[in-house]
Design a protein around this ligand. Structure first.
Ligand code: NDP
Length: 307
C-alpha cells in the first residue's frame, strides 16, 4: 500500500494553500481534489476581494493559479474522492473512490462546505446569473438594484443587512412567522429601512431571461401569490460542512463543522488538521480559507518534526 507523510483532502483555497506550504517544506504532499475540483469558487464568476488581483479574477482562474502554484513546488495532485477514513490507528488510512487505500502520517482535511440551495430547477438555471449563495462575494454586482434574500437565520439577516448597504431594496423571504437569527441580528435587520421582511412566504420559482434573474414568484402560507421584481436572489439557508467520512472520529460541533483548537488547525486527533470552510462556520471567505490552509501546513510540519 502507498505510504506518504502528508495527505491533503480537498482542492479549494485551503487545500491548495496547504499544498504550497507543505511542498515547500519538503513534506511531499499528495492532494486529492474531491468531488468539486477547485471548490466553491469555481461556481462563482468574478472574485473581487481576493488580495493580489487589483482588477478582480474569475473564480476558475484563481483556483487554476493556486493549483499551478502547488504543482510548481511538486504537490502530487490527483483526481479522486476520499470516501472513507480510518483515523483510529497510525499511519492513518484513507480510502479513495471506494477502492484504493493510502496510508499517511498526517492528514489535512480541507473538504469545505456546500451551500444549501432550495432545490428549484429555476434556481439551478440562474446560478451565477443572479442566483448566489454569498452576498459578500456577489453583492457588489447589484449596487443600486433590488434583491431578495431567502432564509431566517443569522446568515440571512447578516447578508440582508450587508446587501441593504449596497442595494436599493432588499426583501428577506422567511418561511416561518419568525426569524431564527440571534436577537441582535434580528433587530439589525428589522431596523434597516430598506429591508422588507416577508414572513410566511416560500419561493416557487426564480424568474429570468437570457440576461439573468428578473424576479421571483412566492407563495404565502395562506395560499396567496406574490411576484417581486429583483435582479439578485441570494440563498442563505445554511451550509453543510463536508465531514461525513470523519463522523465519530474527528470532533465536530453541533452543525457538523470540525472543531479545531483555537488559534491553530489542530483537531482532537494528533496529526489530523483541518483548514478552510470545513472548520469555519463564521468567515467562510477564500482568503480566510487560504490563511487557515497555511496554518495547517505549518502545524503539520511541526508535528512531523516532533515525532
Ligand atoms: P441556520 O441553519 O441557522 O438558518 C437557516 C435558515 O434558513 C432558517 O431560518 C431556516 O428556516 C431557513 N431555511 C432552511 N431551509 C429552507 C428552505 N428550504 N426554504 C426556506 N427557508 C429555509 O443557518 P445560518 O447559515 O443562518 O447559520 C448557521 C450557523 O452559523 C448558526 O449557528 C448561526 O448562528 C451561525 N452564524 C453566526 C453568525 C454571527 O454570529 N455573526 C453569522 C452567520 C451565521 P427555519 O427557521 O424555518 O428552519
Amino acid at each position: 500500500m502507498e505510504k506518504i507523510k502528508c495527505l491533503i483532502i480537498g482542492s479549494g483555497p485551503a487545500g491548495f494553500t496547504a499544498a504550497i506550504y507543505a511542498s515547500r517544506a519538503g513534506l511531499a504532499p499528495v492532494l486529492y481534489e474531491g468531488l468539486e475540483p477547485g471548490g466553491q469558487l469555481v461556481s462563482t464568476t468574478e472574485v473581487e476581494n481576493f488580495p493580489g488581483y487589483p482588477e478582480g479574477v474569475l473564480g476558475n482562474e484563481l483556483m487554476n493559479d493556486l493549483k499551478q502554484q502547488a504543482a510548481r513546488f511538486g504537490t502530487d495532485i490527483r483526481y479522486g474522492v476520499a470516501t472513507a477514513a480510518d483515523l483510529s490507528a497510525r499511519p492513518f488510512r484513507i480510502t479513495i473512490d471506494g477502492q484504493q487505500e493510502i496510508e499517511s502520517d498526517t492528514v489535512i482535511i480541507a473538504t469545505g462546505a456546500t451551500a444549501r440551495y432550495l432545490g428549484l430547477p429555476s434556481e439551478q438555471r440562474f446560478r451565477g446569473m443572479g442566483v448566489s449563495a454569498c452576498a459578500t462575494c456577489d453583492g457588489f454586482f447589484y449596487k443600486g438594484k433590488d434583491v431578495a434574500v431567502v432564509g431566517g437565520g443569522d446568515t440571512a439577516c447578516e447578508e440582508a443587512v450587508y446587501l441593504a448597504s449596497l442595494c436599493r431594496k432588499v426583501y428577506l423571504i422567511v418561511r416561518k412567522n419568525y426569524l431564527r437569527a440571534s436577537k441582535a441580528m434580528q433587530e439589525k435587520a428589522m431596523r434597516t429601512e430598506n429591508i422588507e421582511i416577508l414572513f410566511e412566504f416560500n419561493t416557487e420559482e426564480v424568474l429570468g431571461d437570457d440576461t439573468g434573474v428578473t424576479g421571483v414568484r412566492l407563495r404565502g402560507n395562506d395560499g396567496s401569490q406574490l411576484t417581486l421584481d429583483i435582479a439578485g436572489f441570494f440563498v442563505a439557508i445554511g451550509h453543510k460542512p463536508n465531514t461525513e467520512i470523519f463522523e465519530g472520529q474527528v470532533e465536530l460541533d453541533a452543525n457538523g463543522y470540525i472543531r479545531t483548537v483555537p488559534g491553530s488547525s489542530r483537531t482532537n486527533i494528533e496529526g489530523v488538521f483541518a483548514a478552510g470552510d470545513v472548520q469555519d462556520p463564521t468567515y467562510r471567505q477564500a482568503i480566510t480559507a487560504a490563511g487557515s490552509g497555511c496554518m495547517a501546513a505549518i502545524d503539520c510540519e511541526r508535528y512531523l518534526l516532533s515525532l
